[in-house]
Design a protein around this ligand. Structure first.
Ligand code: UD1
Length: 336
């Protein structure tokens, strides 16, 4: 059975390709490599000892996308491709809406044309309103606060409308919490192009002495140690969640959201401590003011994914730190 993976060269995409291949699925990958490297896919092939077709295609290019569907007997799509930097989305919102929203519209039009109506979409916990109570459940109130988050929210709504218009679609909206870590082999991992926005890649770059110290954004939140609390999830657990979601949509119809998180919240300083204890590397840090747009606490109730998908995260913070450090220390310049 052949699954199309959009954005398969990215951090979560590449790890999901490995899990799908290991589970016996055939895959076809499209990526425009705007924020990823083809080397990631070479490594996926090396890790799984399997080959697959790769297309350098932008989702906005409907003709080329159509061609991919003509050349392959695709049964379902896992749609990762999209832009994801919150700050950048505020600077260039049209570019974000064009890529994330229009890109998905084009994809769905081409899928529809070819009678492919099974889709797993990369959404985000960022779609939850900042006032929502933790743990977040799938019916917590929504309310994104920046163009990136709104693009994810809009796509969720569009996909629900699509299902309402035609009940033969089957769509899983996967709301990721904070994916970190890397494949246990150290061969694939997160490879931010510039200064990392996210916490873990920043920590690993400080550990590698590529950056002087971590900047902790705020220690006056209403949390146990004052720093922000998030639900960090190992990227391999997250990737396995996609395989489970795929299994679900292949055998049912609907448009359902699922939280993919661990259900456990950890603070910035807890993550720093776990990293230091696991790797033996000290992380110097300084406390700065709050980062605009951040909230105090965010973690999932993963109960629905457990019940409906038969999935739950199995790796802990130590696994996440160990694997993130293995990736960083054995690939000091990422895929370059
Ligand atoms: C961020 C995005 C979110 C996106 C997710 C993708 C924002 C406001 N949110 O989530 O929309 O879906 O990434 O992975 O950008 N921190 C530091 N120092 C750093 C970096 C982060 O102290 O250098 C803190 C943050 O204040 C936060 C925690 O670490 O408390 C996690 O931050 P981050 O990894 O950026 O994730 P989110 O902000 O949760």
């Amino acid at each position: 059975m052949c699954i199309l993976i959009t954005g398969g060269a990215g951090f979560i995409g590449s790890h999901t390709c490995v899990e799908l291949l290991n589970e016996g699925f055939d895959i076809v990958v499209i990526d425009n490599f705007s924020n990823s490297s083809p080397v990631a896919l070479e490594r996926v092939k090396e890790l799984t000892n399997q080959d697959f077709q790769i297309y350098d295609v932008n989702l906005l290019d409907k003709e080329k996308l159509d061609h991919v569907f003509k050349e392959n007997k695709i049964e379902a799509v896992i749609h990762f491709a999209g832009l994801k930097a919150v700050g950048e989305s505020v600077e260039i919102p049209l570019h974000y809406y064009q890529n994330n929203v229009t890109g998905t519209l084009v994809l769905c039009e081409v899928m529809k044309k070819h009678g492919v109506k099974k889709l797993v979409f990369s959404s985000s916990a960022t779609v939850y309103g900042t006032q929502a109570k933790v743990p977040l459940t799938e019916d917590s109130p929504l309310g994104a606060i920046n163009p990136y988050g709104r693009s994810k929210w809009m796509v969720e709504e569009i996909l629900r409308d699509l299902y309402i218009s035609d009940n033969s679609w089957s769509i899983a909206l996967l709301r990721y919490f904070n994916p970190i870590g890397a494949h246990g082999s150290g061969r694939i991992g997160e490879d931010p192009k510039d200064v990392p926005n996210n916490l873990m890649p920043y920590i690993t770059q400080v550990a590698a002495r590529k950056r002087e110290k971590l900047r902790v954004f705020g220690n006056d939140y209403p949390t146990p140690d004052g720093t922000g609390v998030r639900d960090y999830i190992h990227v391999v657990d997250l990737a396995k969640g996609h395989v489970k979601a795929l299994g679900k949509i292949l055998t049912s119809t609907g448009a359902e959201a699922y939280n993919l998180g661990t259900g456990v919240g950890n603070s910035v300083l807890e993550l720093v401590k776990a990293f230091e204890e696991t790797t033996g590397v000290t992380i110097p840090y300084e406390i700065l003011g709050r980062r605009p747009g951040d909230i105090a606490t965010c973690y999932a109730s993963p109960a629905k994914a457990k019940k409906d998908l038969g999935w739950e995260a199995t790796k802990d913070l130590k696994d996440m730190c160990k694997d993130a450090w293995k990736w960083q220390s054995t690939n000091p310049n990422g895929y370059e």
